[in-house]
Design a protein around this ligand. Sequence first.
Ligand code: NAP
Length: 243
Amino acid sequence: MKTALVTGAYKGLGLAWCRQLVASGYRVILTARDLRKAEEAAALLNTQGTACYPKALEVTDEEQVKALAQWAGETFGAVDLVVNNAGINPKDYADKSKMAKAFFLKDLDAKEMLDVLHTNSLAPLIITKHFRPLLQKSERPVVVNISSWLGSVSQLSFGGHYGYVGSKNLLNVLNKAMANELRQENIICVNVNPGWVQTDMGGQKAQFTAAQAVSNLYTNVVCKVTLDDSGKFLNYDGSEHPW
Ligand SMILES: NC(=O)c1ccc[n+]([C@@H]2O[C@H](COP(=O)([O-])OP(=O)(O)OC[C@H]3O[C@@H](n4cnc5c(N)ncnc54)[C@H](OP(=O)(O)O)[C@@H]3O)[C@@H](O)[C@H]2O)c1
């Protein structure tokens, strides 16, 4: 049985990933920073036996990442798929004065920007760093980082939004560097644009439901990518996204 890790998984795209992966025969380490929320989400999906293993994970806490990887190694031996889904968009902060610190130039604050970069750009690498030994034990290891069309330099058409735009763009280039480093270990690392999705972050007017978006990504990316695709920034239909 294949094993997957999903971060930020108690709602939105993360929960849809878990649902898709359980239906596709994976056992899933379903993580959320609040363990109770992870347990409630896992209970929703564990109606016919245990397929989801709820765990607490704040993705910016490297000690938690390290402990989780150790537990996964002792429990499952290998991990086949890591979905780095957890992400923040400063526009969603309830505290709008804080939001402005990563959004508008006049209020821009380096510390706030670094916090966004930590979650959206650096945590996926730190997670892969600790899960690398478990990925090495998989027959077809895949790391999928959830990026965004907003990380594309060539398509950027509006101003501000520095935290989110910058963090997803940085994630794209960092993934390419990581893919090049891990190529000789046969670990496939891709960044994906899910499209505009109906979640708390995307809002209800978005193009896709979370289930549709994840079904697209699972079918067109996870099931199809090879080592030749490693490092690419892929669209939800499997095509290459402009950088
Ligand atoms: N929705 C879209 O249209 C869209 C488009 C392109 C890309 N994306 C990307 O898709 C991913 C999922 O977003 P979503 O749309 O499903 O949004 P969402 O419903 O807001 O979910 C985001 C998830 O990330 C978690 N998270 C945030 N910071 C975290 C941290 N430091 N540690 C652990 N978990 C953390 C959140 O948990 P808490 O509730 O505890 O904060 C939440 O579970 C994100 O990376 C987002 O940037 C979304």
